[in-house]
Each structure stands twice: as C-alpha cells, then as structure tokens.
Design a protein around this ligand. Sequence first.
Ligand code: ADP
Ligand code: AMP
Length: 218
Amino acid sequence: MPTYIVLLGPPGVGKGTQANILADTASIPHISSGDLFRENIAEKTDLGMLAQAYINKGELVPDDLTISMIRSRLHQPDCKNGALLDGFPRTIVQAHALEKLLGEFNGKVDYVPYINAPEPILVERLSGRWTCKENGHIYHEKNNPPKRSGICDEDGSELYQREDDKSETVVNRIAVYFKQTAPLIDYYRKQGLLTEVDGAQSIEKVTASLMAIIEKKG
Ligand code: ADP
Ligand code: AMP
C-alpha cells in the first residue's frame, strides 16, 4: 500500500525544509505544488503563464488547474510507494479531489502533520528565505545560511529571493492561508489524521517530532 503524507501549515513554517529532509528517509518523493508552479513559470508553459499572476499577488491558483497538475505528478512512476505532499491541498475542494485521486491508486491520506508557529516567526522566516534556482533547496540568511553566500550547498546553483516573499505579498499570503487553508486543520482533525507539531523549534527538533509521528503510525 502506498503512503501519502500531507504536510499542513502556514507559509514559512518550514514545510519545504522538512519535506526535503523527510523524503529521503521515507523513500517517497517530495511533491511541492509551489515548486511545480515555479518550474512551469521558468519553462513558460501555459500553466506557468496562468499561475504566475496569482502567485505574484499571493493568491491561490484556481483549484481545477492545481488539481490537474497534482494528478499528473502523482501518476508518475516514482510515486508508486506514495508521496509527501507539501502545499497541497490548500482548500477543502482540493482535499476532496485528493481523496478521489488517491482512491485511483488504492491509497488514502495516511498522516497529516500540522506544523504551526506564531505569525511574527513566519514573517521573519519568509523575509530571510533564499531558494536555489535549480532544485528549490531552501536556506535562511540567519537561521540556515549556505556555506558560501548566494550559492546552494547541494548543487552549486544560484540562490534567489522569491518574488512572493516581498513583505506586502507575505502579509496577503498569510491572510489567504487563514481564510482558505486553515479550515483543513479541522477537516483532518475530525478524521483523526492530524498531529500538531511545534514549528517554532529548531529545524532538527521539528524533524525529530515529524519522524516520531511517522514511525509511530508506520
Ligand atoms: P514553507 O515551505 O512552509 O513555506 P520553508 O521550508 O521554505 O517554509 O521555510 C521558510 C524559511 O524558514 C526558510 O528560509 C527556512 O530556511 C527557514 N526555516 C525553516 N524551518 C525553520 C526552523 N525550524 N527554524 C528556523 N528557520 C527555519
Ligand atoms: P508555496 O511554494 O507553497 O509557498 O506556494 C507558492 C504559491 O503557489 C502560493 O502562494 C499559491 O499562489 C501557489 N500555490 C501553491 N500550492 C497551491 C495550491 N495547492 N493551491 C493553489 N495555489 C497554490
């Protein structure tokens, strides 16, 4: 049976950082909807062109576009043992679509770690985030700096600051999260799938909390 993990939490709490670490241990791929959109934008695909306007404003990309992008990613062979989903679902409509989609693979959502931290921490993390151009590896100028400034430790590519990490957009992204994504907390809690993790801890401590959830259930 494949294993599907949904990492839930506000922007900047550390989902991508943790997913990069966990995907290696759990031997399932890390699927970040944000990374998939950014790849489409870089390649100037039709989807990328459509998504860019929403992303730059900090709004959500429409559900139908997002769901079909995730559907095609989950159909790829490397997902045969499951996936670690980061940034998807972000609405109740997407959560319903995910259930239907996983049914096609005889799977279901197995765990939903919900990583949370107070808003000032999110703002500080997003404003200091540096992302690698090639593979989306994540750094922070103070909390998790690269060995050489501006260069990714993993693949040597250039680091850049995301357009949507500008302060005006950050405020909107957090508001959008509370309005459209936070209802998923109760949705998964009612299904008994949710486990809360304190995202204000160090990267290592958050990883340890997440590992404990996966090992306990697995
Ligand atoms: P998300 O995917 O939830 O938006 P990221 O993983 O991209 O969040 O992390 C946002 C920023 O916070 C990055 O700059 C990252 O290096 C930093 N970060 C992530 N986790 C922690 C942590 N536990 N403590 C301090 N900084 C962190
Ligand atoms: P992220 O990399 O997760 O911070 O996502 C960056 C941006 O991509 C978000 O602010 C949205 O505009 C868009 N996005 C990512 N995932 C989704 C999703 N599941 N639904 C709608 N929009 C999304």
